[in-house]
Design a binder for this molecule. Structure first.
Ligand code: PMP
Length: 399
């Protein structure tokens, strides 16, 4: 039997509806232009590479490479010693935690994906802060979630809206970055944390609290995690990306007992486990006594960079602009005066070799076109002053 020669080619199946719903943004094209070396870009969220503790981290890798086990397959839950160290940090912070509560992930970004797999079916409603961390929005869109934004009332989350939207949509979870949020640098105060936990209990939704910036505090008093107010309702994500180095790709999920087996299976299906050697090196580095002083250097330097930015902003942004003064993290959130559009301004300032990121892509619903995010961690205070002086000139000449 011979196969008949085909005369037509059948069309290929389309990509999934879920993949189609993850939006790309016109801002991406503009931001591609910020990669020219002469551009001072406040757009990215990059930690300062000169503050990575190269010697300490290299010593940790050298040490753990004395045994072949660090190059072997390992368990999906992650390196036991690393989980014990992270559990100890939570416990010292007032949230009693066992190593077995933790699953190590390939960055906290993977934690977002694993929790989406474990908790969401296509069409499920979830609540997010409005605006929200962009790559979380992408993860939730790929999971087919119906994403509903909880607005801010000024600089505070609108907790009445959270209540109302929870009653209306019966969300699977509320996703929040409670401390030094990306993109706004905002932090939920004690009362807000208690009320979020209380709403989760009353309405029966979970909370995912994503905390990559928690340890980057430069002023103000530390706040308890939301999990300490509703331990059965809150899943916490953490990461070494901002406190050691993002290239390590090590984060974790602090799971509740009811979904731990599901998250573990999701992890196994995703990549079996996070790199054995990277986990072992991170554990060794944390135990070596070198991590704490390195983090202190990062905090001191970032505080100076934040102050340099806050000091220059009154001379930089047009009259009528507003911005916040975050107690930590990496970002300042600003708003241009009425009638200005941050995306249009970005196109205008780029020829002056300076960049920021417009706020619009961070919104799940209707965007605030006047908003923009400025990152203050990547450059020295002197370079920040040069960049903001360019920005001031560019914005001034644009009108
Ligand atoms: N969550 C938030 C709020 C972030 O800002 C980031 C990184 N920018 C991540 C998660 C992901 O971090 P990582 O995967 O490097 O741990």
């Amino acid at each position: 039997m011979t196969t008949p020669a085909s005369t037509t080619t059948a069309p290929l199946p389309p990509r999934s509806a879920r993949a189609g719903s993850a939006k790309t943004s016109p801002v991406r094209d503009l931001l591609a232009l910020t990669e020219r070396p002469e551009v001072i870009s406040f757009a990215g969220g990059l930690p300062a590479p000169e503050l990575f503790d190269l010697d300490g981290i290299r010593a940790a890798y050298d040490e753990v490479l004395r045994t072949p086990a660090v190059l072997q397959y390992s368990t999906s839950e992650g390196d036991r010693r690393l989980r014990e160290i992270v559990a100890g940090q939570y416990t010292d912070d007032g949230l009693p935690t066992e190593a077995t509560d933790l699953i190590v992930t390939t960055g906290s970004q993977q934690g977002l994906g694993l929790l989406s797999t474990a908790l969401l079916d296509p069409g499920d409603a979830i609540l997010v802060e409005e605006p929200c961390y962009l790559a979380a929005l992408q993860t939730f869109a790929l999971a087919g979630a119906r994403v509903i934004g909880v607005p801010y009332a000024g600089d505070e989350l609108d907790l009445d809206a959270l209540d109302r939207l929870a009653a209306e949509h019966a969300p699977r979870f509320f996703y929040t970055v409670p401390t030094f949020q990306n993109p706004t640098g905002r932090t939920h105060g004690l009362v807000a944390r208690e009320r979020i936990a209380d709403a989760a209990r009353r309405h029966g939704f979970r909370v995912i609290e994503d905390e990559p910036y928690r340890q980057l505090r430069y002023s103000g008093a530390p706040l308890p995690s939301i999990a300490s107010f509703a331990p059965d309702h809150v899943l916490s994500l953490g990461s070494f990306s901002k406190v050691i180095a993002p290239g390590l790709r090590i984060g974790w999920v602090r799971t509740t007992a009811d979904i731990r087996p599901t998250v573990t299976i999701a992890k196994q299906a995703a990549d079996l486990h996070t790199s054995t050697i990277d986990q072992a090196a991170a554990a060794h580095y944390l135990g070596s006594g070198r991590a704490a002083p390195a983090l202190e250097r990062i905090r001191t330097e970032y505080a100076a960079r934040r102050d340099a930015m806050l000091d220059a902003l009154p001379r930089t942004l047009p009259a009528g602009s507003t911005w916040n003064s975050p107690d930590g993290g990496m970002f300042v959130w600003a708003r241009l005066p009425q009638g200005m559009d941050a995306t249009a301004e970005l196109a205008r300032v780029l020829p002056h070799d300076v960049a920021f990121v417009p706020g619009a892509p961070f919104f799940a619903g209707p965007a605030d076109e006047r908003a923009l995010r400025l990152s203050f961690t990547t450059y020295s205070p002197e370079r920040i002053r040069v960049g903001l002086s360019r920005l001031g000139t560019a914005l001034g000449s644009a009108r």
